[in-house]
Design a protein around this ligand. Structure first.
Ligand SMILES: Cc1cc2nc3c(=O)[nH]c(=O)nc-3n(C[C@H](O)[C@H](O)[C@H](O)COP(=O)(O)OP(=O)(O)OC[C@H]3O[C@@H](n4cnc5c(N)ncnc54)[C@H](O)[C@@H]3O)c2cc1C
Length: 541
């Protein structure tokens, strides 16, 4: 197998290599983007910060990391051969297998030869005269291309809270999204986990069983729902392989890119008994069905939402033995789904263990990290290990960490100072030939990412076939899109929570709803219409 690192130019090289396109990131989106552009006949170089492919599934190696999407709907849909060759072991596959899968894809389609690993892109400057993007890596290496695709991930820029004294801690510290490749041994250790989002919820039950003592620092109680994972039987595997076209068709048709679809009825239009019966039925099923197979107005009507939220709260109360602890774990300050619903396996039972303590940091805030552990307003706790499950600077973080400069030297970071602005979530006015291959649709990520990558590929094909040099959305089209996206968000409860959906987890970040609150089919249709009208809303030259 070709080793891209050996073939790649050495750092600080004087020659500036030229490509048709540069892709930043070798996760689910970047790998497919590389494949598509290469198939189009373009010379492409992909730059990846990590030492391997996988993106999310390369970096997040913490114990318990796995899909909340059903495995058979998360895998790529674009290669029949791949679909027949790959066997998923679990219904909600774990990180090691997901990483293996993406490595398998990279090898099967010989993608590695065009990927340069351990290569963090520092800046991307648009040269207006030459109509080229010039990127510079942290190593100093520079490369130029006509098209730049940022497949840098929606949840890839890790967030570390700026706790005072963070570097003074003498024990081991880990951020879940930069987990070491070697196993971390918690046996007999005093461990702290800061955060109780989707990642922590996967991690906590496992660490609780291994550690001598575990202290969880919770800011917000979440509505966690049972994952109900299991091994995939050979019969199910064969059934998937025989019906992949139907599975993918369904995923393309549903609102959120899953096989689950909302119940067309409004919650309050049916009797209390019927509602409860549906809730119980959904609760017993695996995955996000209890969210995305629920009544259709669950994310738009406060009354419908509260009805289900109360059902979930009672499910939590039943599982946690100590009523005081249970009440701390019961979310009361946001709507169900206004924050990403974590799916869990034995999460609440972890708090029934004698070696697990829950600290509500709204009651007793963390004041600082000390050499020995964590000091809250109340007392100092001593630890051997601190795990930061503190999430990401979502959507904009990985993009604005790169110094991107468009027309007239305009900095993207400045341009987005009052909130991210895009056209179709993929392009930005004043930044020609720059594409964001990041899915901001609410739903099953790869389903929408495939659509986005294919749209970008078609757009680049169009520009080349027409002999054009560049495409840039007009400021007016961008403004209309921003307004349209904001209007959609206002009609839902998504934007109502203090979540990463609105950037609320990052101090000082302008609160703007970062996802696109439309259904995936409606999003696809809008993008297709723009393309069919010769990229309406864009200046092509
Ligand atoms: C723990 C976790 C679990 C998740 N589970 C699910 C799930 O079950 N279902 C679902 O639909 N989604 C899930 N997601 C969302 C997930 O991020 C997407 O499903 C998908 O993996 C994103 O793929 P991507 O290629 O867009 O981005 P990523 O996988 O994040 O890849 C982006 C890559 O870009 C690289 N990069 C970024 N900046 C630079 C730079 N400046 N220079 C060079 N390289 C750079 C990064 O190193 C990274 O490898 C999960 C996310 C997390 C964090």
């Amino acid at each position: 197998m070709a080793n891209a690192q050996q073939q790649a130019p050495t750092a600080n090289t004087k020659t500036v290599e030229q490509f048709d396109a540069i892709v930043i990131g070798a996760g689910v989106a970047g790998l497919y983007q590389l494949y598509c552009l290469r198939k189009l006949g373009l010379s492409v170089r992909c730059f990846e910060d990590g030492s391997g492919v996988g993106g999310t599934w390369y970096w997040n190696r913490y114990p318990g990391c796995r899909f909340d999407s059903e495995s058979e709907t998360y895998g790529y849909s674009w290669s029949k051969e791949l679909l027949q060759e790959w066997d998923w072991k679990e219904h909600f596959s774990g990180q090691p297998e997901n990483e293996q899968y993406l490595n398998y894809v990279a090898d099967k389609f010989d993608l590695r030869k065009d990927i340069q690993f351990n290569s963090r892109v520092k800046s991307a400057i648009f040269d207006e005269k030459a109509n080229r993007w010039e990127i510079e890596l942290e190593s100093g290496q520079r490369v130029r291309a006509q098209f730049l695709v940022a497949a840098v991930g929606i949840l890839s820029a890790r967030y570390m809270p700026p706790f005072e004294g963070i570097d003074s801690f003498k024990g081991e510290s880990y951020h879940t999204s930069r987990w070491p490749k070697e196993k971390v041994d918690f046996t007999g250790k005093r461990v702290a986990v800061i955060g109780t989002g989707a990642t922590a919820v996967q991690l906590i039950p496992i660490v609780a069983k291994e550690a001598g003592h575990l202290t969880v620092f919770q800011r917000t109680a979440n509505y966690c729902a049972p994952l109900r994972n299991g091994l995939v039987s050979p019969e199910t595997q064969n059934e998937w392989k025989a019906t992949y076209p139907e599975i993918h068709k369904k995923c393309r048709e549903t609102a959120t890119g899953f096989t689950h679809d909302f119940d067309p009825r409004k919650a309050m239009s049916v009797s209390k008994e019927e509602r409860l019966a549906l809730y119980e039925e959904l609760w017993a099923l695996p995955g996000f069905k209890k969210w995305l197979g629920n009544f259709r107005d669950i994310m738009t009507s406060r009354e419908a939402n509260e009805d289900f939220a109360e059902f979930v709260r009672n499910k939590i109360r039943v599982r946690v033995k100590d009523p005081v602890v249970a009440e701390k774990l019961v979310p009361k300050d946001h709507a169900f789904g206004a924050k990403r619903i974590p799916l869990e396996s034995e999460y609440y039972e972890a708090y029934n263990r004698d070696n697990v303590l829950l600290i509500d940091i709204k009651e007793t805030p963390i004041e600082r990290i000390t050499p020995k552990g964590i000091k809250t307003r109340e007392k100092e706790y001593e630890f051997d290990v601190i795990i930061y499950a503190t999430g990401f600077d979502a959507f904009t973080g990985a993009i604005t960490q790169i110094d991107i400069r468009g027309e007239g030297g305009q900095s993207l970071k400045d341009y987005w100072a009052e909130g991210a602005r895009t056209y179709l979530q993929m392009q930005i006015a004043h930044f020609p030939n720059l594409f964001l291959a990041i899915s901001t649709a609410f739903g099953n990520y790869p389903v929408c990412a495939e659509m986005i990558v294919e749209w970008i590929t078609d757009c680049i094909r169009y520009i080349r076939e027409k002999g054009l040099k560049s495409i840039t959305p007009t400021p007016q089209a961008e403004e209309a899109w921003v307004e349209h996206a904001a209007e959609l968000a206002e009609g839902t409860l998504f934007a109502s929570g203090n979540s990463w959906f609105v950037g609320a987890n990052i101090p000082g970040k302008k609160r703007v709803f970062l996802l696109y609150a439309n259904t995936v089919p409606a999003y696809r249709k809008k993008c297709a219409e723009v393309a069919a009208k010769g990229y309406e809303g864009c200046v092509l030259q």
